[in-house]
Unconditional design. Structure first.
Length: 635
């Protein structure tokens, strides 16, 4: 059977799956041009995840205090009836907007992600305004190009150089990294931390946190002043170049070197060689989740244009139109959108009375966990969670509904990295129900007679494929299809690449990327990237391979009397956690690192007890949790 990994990952691997002697066996589809038949370490353990004894088997109804984890087992009929009654009661007492559907990319199957939205659109409920992941970068790229969609990675075969800027691709985009290796590209890395990607790169430029924008502007200045830019391309395709040229004239390269921590000669080396090789820049997501993130992406994205490399960046890939699956046409009034980082605030203010959560574990993944948990405990909100496991979020629910896995249902998935759509066929059925099945049950219990709430997976998939000019029969035969790229254009006010961004000016920003030094109330900046064996909070409970250590530079440790392996307390205004320390030169002075979103119910703490829930308002309320500062003391 054809499967596709539905995780929130660039690669979106095409798989071949089968059941032998009651056990699931999974291997990479060798015919897929991007994922090419091999699995990442997480994918190699998918069978363990599928057969986990921790999978939920029956619905649960809370009996004890919220968050205490005390439930009784219930039948599906009882659980669905209770949820439906609460939906009716909430709408009657508080209005439909007091219902919030909270979903995210824990499962990226098109039907599984979007179909439940149909019911909540029909009910005129509130929806999330997603901001936790790549929002600042999305907005920044729209400021410059009008789109965040960059290069098709299969075009890497025609390139000489790829720059991994703020992305640990060897962990988070392994197939892309190996594709670059296969094509023989020179590989550079720009990062604050000496990551596994940096260690495997031909060149590594280690910059201080929050200085990406200045580093990029310094490179741009050198390219322009040494006339290394593609004058013909710039003349034809760039808006505001002369103004930008005058802007970067004022930048002092000695200041750039001092602030970024990169020697002036290295900055010049980057500029000259990048211009010569017309490199592709894979812009990561992590560093743009900061107060400096949007401006940084805006500055970085100018570099490909300077050297005449049209859409010479990798960030996002909008492959197919999936809007039919969501069903916004079922609404009778506009949706209220709630900023994702403001969930606790809306609960505290009584604006949300019913919360339906699927494909997500916000009580592990959202920042400022103490605030969110307090809000849930002290409110009269009714919480429903549909999940495979009793997650940290499910523990806080009133009703928990068992979900099935992507190996147990029909679906399709596209990628935000490459241009392939892959088929996912059901291999077996163990426990739980799909998001579509639960939605149908709720629609029936609510007495709703609307055909769009009862469509089958195949009906929806066929219609989406047809809308996108793809064949269902061919997809079933091959397991994946490539979506042809339409002619590209710059979707900006000028119709060009805007070095002088009119869209940014309308949002109250400078027309050019600005550098502003950042400093917290505590001395150490806390970074919280994803761990190699997890995807945000996923797999912590089943793979049991985690790294809970605090990584710290030896100089910072010496100043605090801390030695390798010591038990320490990490604290700030949001909370405090205890863990052991590992000293490493890979993390620069002034920075500490904890991997993100492990389960508090398993580990006893999670880095998001410490992270900020502030937002970057002028970048659409994007998350800034890497703009968190802490102090560390030996216990």
């Amino acid at each position: 059977m054809f499967s596709v990994c539905m995780r929130d990952c660039y690669d979106t691997c095409s798989l071949v799956s089968e059941i032998k002697n009651g056990r699931l066996f999974v291997r990479g589809n060798p015919k897929h041009p991007i994922t090419r038949g091999f699995l990442c370490p997480k994918g190699a353990l998918l069978s363990k995840w599928f057969h986990s004894e921790e999978r939920l088997k029956v619905p649960l109804i809370r009996e004890g205090e919220r968050g205490a984890g005390k439930f009784r087992e219930a039948s599906w009929d009882e659980a669905i009836s209770l949820v439906a009654d609460k939906i009716k009661e909430t709408i009657e007492k508080y209005g439909s907007e007091s219902i919030l559907v909270y979903n995210y990319a824990g499962d990226r199957g098109v039907v599984n992600f979007y179909f439940p939205m149909r019911l909540f659109h029909y009910l005129n409920a509130s929806f999330l305004d997603y901001g936790i992941c790549d929002r600042a970068g999305q907005e920044a790229l729209k400021d410059v190009y009008g789109t965040a969609v960059g290069l098709d990675p299969e075009e890497l075969k025609n390139q000489n150089l790829i720059v991994y800027w703020g992305i640990n691709a060897f962990w988070t985009n392994l197939h892309g990294f190996m594709l670059a290796k296969k094509y023989g590209l020179e590989i550079w890395a720009v990062d604050v931390v000496r990551t596994e990607t940096a260690k495997r790169s031909d060149k590594f430029f280690q910059i201080k946190p929050n200085t990406d924008v200045l580093f990029a502007l310094g490179i741009g200045k050198i390219i322009i002043e040494n006339e290394l830019y593609d004058a013909d391309f710039v003349r034809e395709n760039v808006y505001g170049f002369d103004e930008f040229k005058n802007y970067v004239k004022k930048i002092d390269l000695d200041f750039v070197s001092k602030e970024t921590g990169v020697e002036k000669e290295q900055i010049e080396e980057f500029a000259f060689e990048y211009a010569e090789k017309r490199g592709v820049i894979h812009i990561g997501y992590g560093f743009q989740r900061s107060l400096a993130g949007g401006e940084a992406v805006r500055a970085i994205s100018l570099l490909p244009a300077l050297v005449g490399h049209e859409f010479g960046f990798i960030y996002d890939m909008k492959t197919i139109d999936k809007s039919y699956a969501e069903g916004t046409f079922l609404r009778t009034k506009p949706a209220r959108r709630i900023p994702q980082m403001k969930l606790a605030e809306y609960i505290e203010n009584g604006k949300i009375k019913f919360l339906y959560i699927y494909n997500s574990n916000p009580l592990a993944s959202l920042p400022n966990q103490n605030h969110l948990r307090k809000a849930l405990k002290e409110s009269d909100i009714f919480v429903v969670v549909h999940d495979i496991f009793l997650t940290d979020t499910a523990i806080f629910a009133d009703v928990v509904l068992p979900a099935n896995t992507f190996f147990e249902r029909l679906d399709i998935a596209d990628s935000y990295y490459h241009r392939y759509v892959a088929l996912n066929e059901p291999v077996a059925r163990l426990y739980g129900k799909s998001n579509r099945e639960v939605t149908v049950m709720l629609a029936k219990a609510l007495g709703i007679d609307n055909p769009y709430l009862y469509e089958t997976e195949e009906e929806i998939i066929r219609k989406i494929l047809k809308q996108n000019g793809l064949s269902w029969e061919e997809l079933k035969k091959k397991g994946f299809l490539k979506v042809s790229e339409k002619p590209r254009k710059y979707l900006t006010p000028s119709g060009k690449i805007e070095f002088y961004s009119q869209r940014a000016v309308k949002r109250g920003l400078s027309p050019f990327p600005e550098y502003k030094p950042l400093k917290g109330d505590y001395p150490l900046q806390l970074l919280s990237p994803t761990y190699r064996m997890t995807i945000t909070s996923q797999y912590h409970n089943t793979y049991e391979i985690i790294d809970p250590h605090l990584y710290m530079n030896p100089k910072d440790a010496e100043e605090r009397g801390i030695k390798n392996g010591d038990l320490v307390e990490v604290y700030n205004e949001y909370g405090r956690i205890k863990t052991t320390v590992k000293l490493t030169e890979d993390v620069p002075k002034g920075v500490v690192l904890l991997y993100k979103a492990f389960w508090i119910s398993k580990l006893g703490w999670n880095v998001n007890i410490l992270t900020t829930d502030r937002t970057l308002e002028k970048y659409a309320n994007a998350s800034v949790y890497h703009s968190t500062w802490v102090e560390v003391r030996k216990i």
